[in-house]
Write a new protein. Structure first.
Length: 254
């Protein structure tokens, strides 16, 4: 079962051709799409999309680190209230980001720990963003891991040592379009990691894989990531699809 574990298809990048995007996704063999939230402004459009495509699109709830500002306590209360109202597949997209701005790193850490506590309270996995902050985020997870915490390090681009630390924490590595980039070096890391620790993602509309690099990404492009993994492991695409799909379904309890 081919699963896109991370796709922002509720964003305005898809407002003009969403039906066609979903049709191409289904035609490509993708059985389920999991949608990470950004902040309070994105929740309703995401849920509306889930209701429009029931059993195919699944919502998460969380606060993206790039949306963590001075009002982050109010944003986190929104997350908490939504968790009281309905079921979600995960807490996410949450995490840390030191790429654009380090101004709110203290607040990002606080928001991270708060959302981990919510995940543990509601028995949900977490989906982690960690751009230019992977070691910091590994430490944050390690401090909170009580044996019950699970999830995905989304858009993994780290080294083999970081990959093993993440796996030892009981988390999956989210593998997306970066794997197909010629000079990313991710292929050299991933080839030494067993498939049982990987899940597939597009991060649509971002990070489109080769040969679509530079264009708007969409879930149907997951096939290019699948193909590259099959080549790396020298196994069939069906094998990669089966193992990574089962990983995703087990994590999201579908």
């Amino acid at each position: 079962m081919l699963i896109d574990t991370h796709a922002h298809i509720f964003s305005d990048h898809f407002e003009n051709d969403l039906d066609e995007v979903i049709a191409r996704s289904k035609e490509a063999g993708i059985k389920k799409l999991f949608m990470p939230n950004i902040d309070s402004e994105s929740v309703e459009s995401m849920i509306a999309l889930e209701e429009r495509f029931p059993g195919y699109c699944y919502s998460m709830i969380g606060l993206h680190p790039c949306s963590v500002k001075g009002n982050h306590h109010d944003e986190l209360k929104v997350v908490e209230k939504w968790l009281e109202r309905r079921k979600f597949s995960a807490i996410g997209e949450m995490g840390t980001d030191l790429y654009w701005d380090k101004t709110y790193i203290k607040e990002q850490k606080n928001a991270f720990n708060y959302q981990v506590d919510l995940a543990l309270e509601h028995d949900l996995p977490i989906v982690i963003h960690c751009r230019e902050s992977i070691d910091l985020t590994i430490d944050l997870v390690k401090n909170k891991q009580n044996g019950s915490l699970s999830g995905i390090f989304h858009c993994f681009t780290g080294d083999i040592e970081q990959a093993r630390k993440i796996i030892d924490l009981g988390f999956y590595l989210g593998i997306g379009g970066v794997l197909t980039f010629k000079n990313s070096g991710l292929d050299k890391v991933i080839k030494d990691i067993d498939l049982q620790y990987l899940v597939l993602e597009t991060d649509s509309p971002y990070l489109a894989p080769t040969p679509k690099r530079g264009k708007r990404n969409e879930p149907s492009y997951l096939k290019f990531i699948l193909r590259r993994l099959a080549d790396l492991y020298e196994v069939s695409e069906d094998s990669v699809e089966k193992i990574t799909g089962e990983n995703a379904l087990n994590l999201y309890r579908q």
